[in-house]
Design a protein around this ligand. Structure first.
Ligand code: GPW
Length: 836
């Protein structure tokens, strides 16, 4: 029975219902009230952390008022909803974003000032919400921002990890991982102890005949774990729409079973059960672009899919519609294959519980899901062992076998003469043990499959999913090039640049329609404008220099060229190419006559990024960078000409400081390996240029900004296979410049050469899979072009302004509009006057 207040009594509710604040005095009132009551403190013990808590609680209340109204509005509108399933949401900080999105940051700044605090100091107290590894998780966060901003009725579903991505410390040049326990104080989530779902694991499947003589499957026994909902409000920018991100937390079911154990005096074992249940949502797996087949990860995936599907179906059932209308009400997007079990779970709900016929159910399923692929790297494509799945999810495995059977039968009919095709496209790989290929299941169960940049979408059609294009037809496969939210990545990260742009374009309209940036080109010769532009870049660099000084002790010159590579450490992203290039530069400086050393452009090479804890080669790369840094930075021959910095614990809030401070950033993956990349977009949008390979979204960035405004180098994707083949068959000669770099490392210039032996031999004697040697000459020559270009500051500024003006395409608003129109078939909510 739903608790509803009868109409005659609602008057009092209306009278006292919370109103969103708009005034400084109201913010001050709420701030002090929270400090004094919610936090039980006072002006005598209010430090910056307490001030953060107070203002965050005030804004949380502000958001939840709009959240409530949004949910009512969306329920009333009764339109199709989007459900975005992602194992990662890399949100970063929430306070600054909340203040900016509701348009009250300036007011809050004054309020905090009145009460004795500087807003920047308060904002920086917040712990990042780091429920993600890198690009995939941050993309999900940008999408939430855009969906809310565009008034789409959309929910995110994820896991509420107790530990997000680990904190990175650098000790003696090595990465050390520290657990990120982030939930101590998190005002941005609302526990919903009344919204729970019991999720089953293990057990057995029994067949039964129902009254109509149909065979039904009963999944029995095993264990159940309870999912508890935690809701995070997602405010749109300049709109009252505040959507929901629902994160599931696991706990033991408070059922009979435990009760009996407690009664029987088996206290310890009951507590152990409790802890085991909580383990499911305990920790984010820290691997980026790598799958390791751990059972706990599979448990996480099913736990989250089952809870989310139950929730979605429950909401649909409230509308009392017929099942065939499900795809008109629900669009579910799978962020990579991690939520693929949702396809199987929906089929199970429809067939086993709602007793629909298989075909009718399958029609509903295949018109509900969309699948986004984010990689072609074989080590990242998910496969789960059949025995493991048999044990954990016996009914789901049966359903997968049935899906596969019907699919293969249809393929056989259409391709009767192709003898190998069935083995190639089977969801089950006939290996030992057998494996379930999750990407194939995701393709077969979805109505659309998309890649995340043009090159990438072409590659998946011609390589890993080629057979499926032949089978399903080309229309199933599409491209939606990634984007980023200009609210966080321009307005929030670079408020001065945003303000300067607004002053020229007559307001902040570009934040909602990024294509308007093109008008900036009209101001390219405006002296004042250019002067401000350059000053802002210098201020941003100075701020980063200050952080570097505090964090590392190294002093860098803000007038030097800041060369940045920040992203997860991975061989395919080739931080090793960068650091070898740095060593090459160092050797060149050392070889110069001291009088000549005035000539090169001073450079600061800045690195940041985490290595997966078990990824030894990535950790070796971090170690090398730090060793090179300590040699170069302490060499008096070099001075300001070259500095090398490793920024520890790169995360979203560090990115917000680093992106606006770069002159050039590096996006130098082996061609064909980086599906899209999104930091490339962030750097250009903040007035930095990029050096990069013809890979992922770099190609479309070039198309948009013009090839005179980007430094491209290296082999093309189409040539990679051939080059690898040649290496493999012995035709490999190390580039001569790279050989000198290797000699320096082997000579002990950066510490014991043994430390780096495996890294060097991955290039020299293990066929250089990532083509570091093949691209080295092109890379260092292109870096010289960068120096040349930077010497001419006026031309450099032309390039930066032109590039920013042409970045409109890369707004995640454009991306969400494309998904909505071509994949989800979902409409924006009509906000009427409210949006004015
Ligand atoms: F392997 N991406 C990521 F495809 O950050 F699942 N983590 C991942 O585990 C995977 C992909 C996965 C990234 C891509 O590497 C990057 O190129 C892309 O821009 C980003 O996902 C968002 O699409």
């Amino acid at each position: 029975v739903e608790a509803t207040i009868p109409e005659p009594l609602r008057e009092a509710w209306r009278k006292y219902s919370a109103k969103p604040f708009t005034q400084k005095s109201e913010i001050e009132l709420e701030f002090v009230r929270h400090i004094e009551t919610t936090l039980a403190r006072s002006l005598f013990n209010c430090d910056e952390l307490a001030a953060y808590s107070g203002i965050a609680l005030a804004f949380r209340d502000r958001l939840i008022i709009e959240w409530n109204k949004t949910q009512q509005r969306q329920t009333f509108a009764d339109q199709k909803r989007i459900y975005y399933l992602s194992l990662e949401f890399l949100m970063g900080r929430a306070l600054d974003n909340a203040m900016l999105n509701v348009g009250l940051k300036d007011v809050a700044k004054e309020a905090l000032g009145d009460l004795g605090f500087r807003i920047e100091d308060v904002i920086s107290q917040e712990h990042d919400a780091a429920l993600g590894n890198g690009g995939l998780g941050r993309l999900a966060a940008c999408f939430l921002d855009s969906m809310a901003t565009l008034n789409y009725p959309a929910w995110g579903y994820g896991l509420r990890y107790r530990y997000g991505i680990f904190k990175q410390e650098i000790v003696d040049g090595y990465q050390v991982e520290i657990p990120d326990y982030w939930l101590d104080f998190n005002p941005w989530e609302f526990p919903r102890h009344d919204i729970t779902v019991n999720v089953q694991f293990y057990g057995t499947v029994n067949k039964q005949r129902d009254t109509q003589g149909r065979t039904t499957h009963i999944w029995q026994g095993g264990e159940t774990v309870q999912a508890v909902a935690y809701d995070v409000p997602i405010p749109g920018y300049g709109t009252p729409t505040t959507n929901n991100l629902r994160l599931w937390s696991s706990k033991a079911t408070s059922g009979e079973f435990n009760f009996q154990k407690f009664n029987a005096g088996d206290y310890e074992s009951a507590v152990a059960d409790e802890q085991r249940a909580e383990t499911i949502s305990a920790v984010l797996y820290p691997n980026d672009n790598l799958e390791r087949g751990k059972e706990l990860r599979l448990k996480q995936q099913y736990f989250w899919c089952a809870a989310s599907l139950y929730d979605i179906v429950r909401r649909f059932k409230k509308t009392k519609r017929a099942w065939n209308e499900f795809p008109d009400q629900v669009a579910i997007q799978l962020n990579d294959t991690h939520p693929t079990l949702a396809i199987v779970e929906l089929q199970r709900i429809l067939v086993d519980i709602e007793v629909l016929e298989w075909d009718e159910a399958w029609h509903i399923v295949t018109h509900t899901f969309g699948y986004t692929n984010h990689t072609v790297l074989p080590e990242a494509l998910e496969k789960w062992s059949v025995p493991m799945m048999q044990n954990l999810l016996p009914r789901h495995l049966q359903i997968i076998y049935d899906i596969n059977l019907f699919f293969l039968q249809s393929v056989e009919k259409r391709f009767p003469t192709d003898r190998d095709i069935l083995a190639r496209v089977s969801i089950i790989e006939e290996s030992h043990p057998k494996m379930v290929r999750m990407a194939y299941l995701a393709i077969i169960g979805s109505q659309k499959v998309n890649g995340v940049a043009e090159l990438h979408s072409d590659l998946i059609k011609t390589t890993i999913f080629k057979d499926f294009v032949d089978i399903c037809g080309p229309d199933k496969f599409t491209n939606v090039t990634n984007g980023i939210t200009p609210r966080r990545w321009l307005h929030q990260a670079n408020p001065r640049l945003s303000e300067l742009i607004a002053s020229k374009l007559g307001g902040y309209g570009f934040l909602k329609d990024l294509a308007l940036l093109e008008e900036l080109e009209d101001f390219i010769n405006d002296k004042e404008f250019r002067k401000s532009w350059v000053e802002i870049k210098l201020m941003n660099k100075t701020r980063l220099a200050k952080h570097i000084k505090e964090a590392t002790g190294y002093q860098v010159n803000p007038n030097a060229l800041f060369d940045v590579q920040v992203k997860r450490i991975h061989e395919y992203k080739r931080q090793q190419l960068n650091i070898f290039g740095v060593i090459h530069r160092y050797l060149a400086i050392k070889a110069m006559d001291p009088k000549e050393r005035a000539k090169p452009v001073p450079r600061v090479s800045i690195f940041g990024g985490k290595a997966a804890p078990g990824y030894w080669m990535a950790k070796t790369i971090i170690h090398l960078i730090n060793k090179v840094a300590s040699v170069i930075n302490n060499d008096p021959d070099v001075g300001d000409l070259l500095k090398v910095i490793f920024v520890a614990d790169y995360n979203v809030s560090k990115a917000e400081m680093i992106c606006p401070a770069s002159d050039i950033s590096e996006h130098i993956s082996t061609a064909g390996t980086e599906a899209s990349g999104t930091s490339n977009m962030k750097f250009v949008l903040n007035g930095g240029l990029i050096i990069g390979t013809c890979d992922g979204a770099n190609i479309e960035i070039t198309r948009e900004i013009g090839e005179q405004n980007i430094f491209l180098f290296g082999n093309l994707a189409e040539d990679v296979e051939e080059l690898r083949h040649r290496h493999y068959y012995g035709d490999f000669k190390l580039d001569m410049h790279l050989a000198k770099v290797f000699d320096a490392i082997k000579g002990g210039m950066f510490g014991p050469p043994d430390d780096f032996a495996a890294l060097l031999s991955s290039v020299e004697s293990h066929s250089d899979y990532y083509l570091v040697s093949d691209d080295f000459l092109s890379y260092i020559e292109t870096q010289e072009l960068v120096d040349e270009a930077f010497r001419n500051q006026d031309e450099w500024t032309d390039k930066c302004i032109t590039s920013v003006a042409r970045m409109g395409f890369f707004s995640s608003d454009r991306v969400i509009t494309e998904y909505a129109e071509s994949i989800w078939n979902v409409e924006q909510l009509d906000m009427g006057k409210e949006n004015e």
